[in-house]
Design a protein around this ligand. Structure first.
Ligand code: AHG
Ligand code: MN
Ligand code: MN
Length: 339
């Protein structure tokens, strides 16, 4: 049985192209990959090992935690805290910056993650996944990393990726030189390069939005979706499909593979709760935006490029509209016309 390029081989070859690198980054990615394999395996056993259902806790954002949210968070931390590549971590499931135990050396990278995206899907055997983003600790920073060290715009990401636990497990990665997809070969336990140089089609007829919130949408979003729904009889002159997996990771993966636009926009209901969006900038919006842009798509709040946003807090949320270039440009134009 021939074995294709493994994710480790791929990362090492990427590093060889860059001079003066220490190999820390390759080792860090390796640990992230092992963490994702462990989470993938746990998710797959589901009810057989009693990991489904809710825990008796809430996260900092007041959301009920699933048992798998906590298990995935712990697996990710344990795998990445010991080797000396990371300076500190931050996760959707932890209130504050995670400082490494004293006995472990500190590295130069900051690791930011959503351990289990779409965790409401766990109880219905739907797709879920892990999203991560790697930043460099700011130059000259001393002592234990602080929250402020993490508040860097998405443009400063060194790497972003996600592991999707669907019918097969996939890892999608960018280090700023395009996007590559790997599929976990369960027979040998390795992610193998299966989707090199992923590119999002510029045009599409798919959109993904939770239309239960339609009555709260801002006029530009309402206009865009109304025009899609009007199909051949409307101004777009073609029919559209709607898809919603309930997990950003699965919906954005579809967009990456086949084109489309994913929207979780700010709306009147979120504003009334003083929220700037539903999805989190550091753990969800920035890493997915980096991947989408590297694949030729666009990612915006409607009025601003997501990766240019200066984060004000670890758990900051933002409006998210991302996907095929021509569609996102159209939605941005609708927002401009509305101002
Ligand atoms: P998480 O499970 O990490 O909290 O994220 C869930 C997010 C996102 O993945 C998904 O697109 C969205 O929440 C779904 O929200 P609605 O239930 O409001 O549609
Ligand atoms: Mn999430
Ligand atoms: Mn989550």
């Amino acid at each position: 049985m021939p074995i294709g390029t493994t994710i480790t081989e791929y990362i090492i070859e990427e590093q060889r192209r860059i001079q003066n690198v220490s190999g820390d980054f390759t080792a860090l990615i390796n640990d992230v990959v092992i963490a994702c394999k462990a989470i993938s395996s746990t998710v797959r056993y589901g009810s057989l090992v009693g990991v489904l259902g809710v825990a008796d806790t809430e996260n900092i954002q007041g959301e009920t935690q699933k048992k798998l949210d906590i298990i995935s968070n712990n697996l990710f931390i344990k795998r990445n805290e010991w080797a000396g590549h990371v300076a500190a971590m931050a996760s959707e499931e932890m209130d504050d910056v995670y400082h490494l135990p004293n006995q472990y050396p500190r590295g130069k990278y900051l690791l930011v993650f959503d351990p289990l995206d779409g965790s409401s899907n766990t109880d219905v055997n739907g797709a879920v996944g892990t999203i991560f983003s790697i930043l460099r600790r700011p130059e000259g920073a001393r002592g234990e990393p602080t929250t402020r060290d993490f508040l860097q715009p998405g443009d400063r990401q060194v790497c972003a990726g996600y592991a999707l636990y669907g019918p097969s497990s996939m890892m999608v990665l960018t280090t700023g030189h395009g996007v590559n997809g790997f599929t976990l070969d369960q027979r040998i336990g390795e992610y193998i390069l299966t989707n090199p140089n992923m590119q999002i089609p510029e045009n599409t007829h798919d959109f993904a939005i939770n239309s239960a919130y339609m009555r709260f949408w801002d006029p530009p979003v309402r206009r865009y979706i109304d025009e899609c729904l009007a199909g051949k009889d409307g101004p777009r002159g073609k029919d559209f499909n709607m898809r919603w997996a309930g997990a950003m990771i699965a919906d954005v993966h579809r967009v990456l593979c086949q084109g489309g636009v994913f929207l979780y926009p700010i709306d009147r209901k979120l504003r009334s709760k003083h929220q700037e969006g539903k999805l989190r900038l550091l753990y969800e919006a920035n890493p997915m935006s980096f991947i989408i842009e590297q694949a030729g798509g666009l990612a915006t709040t409607g009025t601003e490029r997501i990766m240019a946003l200066p984060p004000a807090g670890l758990h900051q949320r933002c409006s998210v509209i991302m996907g095929s270039k021509n569609e996102v440009e159209r939605i941005i134009a609708y927002h401009l016309e509305d101002q």
